[in-house]
Ligand binder design. Structure first.
Ligand code: AMP
Ligand code: ZN
Length: 142
């Protein structure tokens, strides 16, 4: 069955980790997914959850692999909750302008130990109603 064979990219460091060609602090692995510590952690326990199949973004991988990824994310989040802290961010950077630097889809799980809003850098303005209507209409099905 073709979908069982994970696609890989020879220039991708996360594919290298999946194949054990690059080192990683692996936390979890099953047939389709893997979780390992981020090499430049924002906080203690900052980790990444990835599909073994290569794809730059969530929408590049088959739906079944997305579901498997969420299942593993759930497993890892439960571990973080029980063993580190119930406070954490889950992030998925998609595209260079969103901060993506490794183009193999990965969820960040970033445990939080202190107070404060991790997204709180800089000033933020209240959502404008006209703009809100526009965005809702642009993102709604035709
Ligand atoms: P992003 O900006 O969402 O693409 O995040 C990529 C993350 O991968 C960064 O937080 C890096 O610190 C992390 N990273 C890059 N190379 C490795 C590696 N070899 N092992 C573990 N984490 C890595
Ligand atoms: Zn890859």
């Amino acid at each position: 069955m073709a979908s069982a064979a994970p696609a890989r990219d020879p220039n991708c460091v996360f594919c290298d980790i999946v194949e054990r060609r690059a080192p990683a602090w692996i936390l979890f692995e099953d047939e389709h997914t893997m979780a390992f510590l981020d090499i430049f952690p924002f906080t203690r326990g900052h980790l990444l959850v990835i599909p073994k199949r290569h794809g730059a973004r969530l929408t590049d991988i088959p739906f079944e692999d997305q579901m498997r990824l969420i299942r593993s994310l759930d497993e890892i989040c439960r571990r973080v909750e029980q063993r580190l802290t119930p406070h954490y961010n889950v992030a998925l950077n998609t595209g260079a302008n969103a901060g993506q630097i490794v183009f193999h889809v990965h969820f960040h799980v970033i445990p939080r130990y202190g107070k404060g809003n991790p997204f709180g850098a800089g000033s933020r303005e209240r959502l404008d109603e006209t703009e809100a209507r526009k965005v809702v209409s642009e993102l709604s099905p035709a």
